[in-house]
Design a protein around this ligand. Structure first.
Ligand SMILES: Nc1ncnc2c1ncn2[C@@H]1O[C@H](COP(=O)(O)OP(=O)(O)OP(=O)(O)O)[C@@H](O)[C@H]1O
Length: 255
C-alpha cells in the first residue's frame, strides 16, 4: 500500500499574542491507501483539529500535508478546497448532522446534488448506497423516525455516496449504545474494504479502536505512541491492550 496522506511537521495555533495556543505541534505521520487509522487521546489533545485540517476545514499554521501526491497548500484556497471536500473527503460526525426536514434518501443525495449530479442519477446512487447500509426500506423516513443507529447509517451512506477516497469520522459511535456502536463499526469496516476507502477515525472507545489497523495516541498536540492492531487476534484482548496504553499515557484521566 502506498502513502495516501503525508503529514510533515504540521503545527496549528489558535489565538494571537499572549493568547496563542498550540493545538498541534510539529506532527508527522503517513497514512497508506486503504488503511484504517484510529486517533485517540485525552480531551483537548488535538484529535478533532487534526481531522479538521485533513478535511480542509482548517488551514495549518505551518508544515505540509500531501494528499494523493498533491500539496494541500495548493488545495487550501477557494475554489479548490470546496472541491477537495466534495470529491476527496466524506465526513461522519457524532451527532449525525442529518437535515431533519429531508428523508433518508434525500439526505444521502445531498452531496451528489450539490456536486451538480442530475436528480435521477443522484436518486439511483443514493438508493444503492442505502441498500449497502441496509436501509433501503427506510428511504422515505425522516431522521426523527429512525433510531440513532439507523441515523448514523444514513450519515455513513451520505459520507460514502460520492465515492470519496478518504473518510474522516469524529466519534461516530459517541452517541450510540455499545451494541449499535458495534453494528456501525462492522458496517464501516465492511464498506471500507468493499469501496477501497481509507478511514481516519477519532474515538475515546477502546473497543471501537480495535477496528483500526493502527492506533495513533495523541497528547498535547503530538503523536506520542503508535500501536499496530493484530486483526487476527482476540478483540477483547486488543481492547484491553489499547485501554492499558491509554491509561499509561493519561494516568487514568482521559475521559
Ligand atoms: N477555534 C479554536 N480556538 C481556540 N482554541 C481552539 C479552537 N479549536 C480548538 N481549540 C483548542 O485546541 C485544543 C485541541 O482541541 P481539539 O478539539 O482538537 O481536541 P480533541 O482532542 O478533539 O478534544 P475532545 O476529545 O474533547 O473532542 C483544545 O485545547 C481546544 O480548546
Amino acid at each position: 500500500m502506498s502513502a495516501l496522506i503525508q503529514v510533515r511537521g504540521i503545527s496549528k495555533q489558535y489565538g494571537e499574542g499572549e493568547n496563542v495556543f498550540s493545538a498541534l505541534k510539529d506532527l508527522n505521520c503517513s497514512i497508506r491507501k486503504g488503511e484504517f487509522v484510529i486517533v485517540m487521546g485525552r480531551s483537548g489533545s488535538g484529535k478533532s483539529t487534526f481531522l479538521h485540517i485533513l478535511g480542509g476545514l482548517e488551514p495549518v499554521s505551518s508544515g505540509e500535508i500531501w494528499i494523493e501526491g498533491k500539496e494541500m497548500k495548493k488545495i487550501d484556497e477557494e475554489p479548490h478546497v470546496t472541491e477537495y471536500r466534495r470529491k476527496t473527503i466524506g465526513f461522519i460526525f457524532q451527532f449525525f448532522n442529518l437535515i431533519s426536514s429531508l428523508t433518508a434518501l434525500e439526505n444521502v443525495a445531498v452531496p451528489l446534488i450539490i456536486a451538480g449530479e442530475k436528480e435521477k442519477r443522484a436518486t439511483q446512487r443514493s438508493e444503492d448506497m442505502l441498500r449497502c447500509v441496509g436501509l433501503y426500506d427506510k428511504r422515505d423516513k425522516l431522521p426523527s423516525e429512525l433510531s440513532g443507529g439507523q441515523q448514523q447509517r444514513v450519515a455513513i451512506a451520505r459520507a460514502l455516496v460520492h465515492g470519496a477516497p478518504i473518510v474522516l469520522a469524529d466519534e461516530p459511535t459517541g452517541n450510540l449504545d455499545s451494541k449499535t456502536s458495534t453494528e456501525v463499526m462492522e458496517l464501516l469496516d465492511d464498506l471500507r474494504v468493499r469501496l477501497s476507502q481509507t478511514i481516519v477515525l477519532v474515538t475515546h472507545d477502546p473497543v471501537v479502536a480495535t477496528y483500526g489497523d493502527r492506533v495513533l495516541f495523541f497528547q498535547d498536540g503530538q503523536i506520542v505512541y503508535e500501536m499496530q492492531n493484530d486483526q487476527n487476534g482476540d478483540r477483547r484482548k486488543r481492547a484491553f491492550k489499547i485501554m492499558d496504553k491509554l491509561h499509561d499515557l493519561t494516568e487514568g484521566t482521559l475521559l
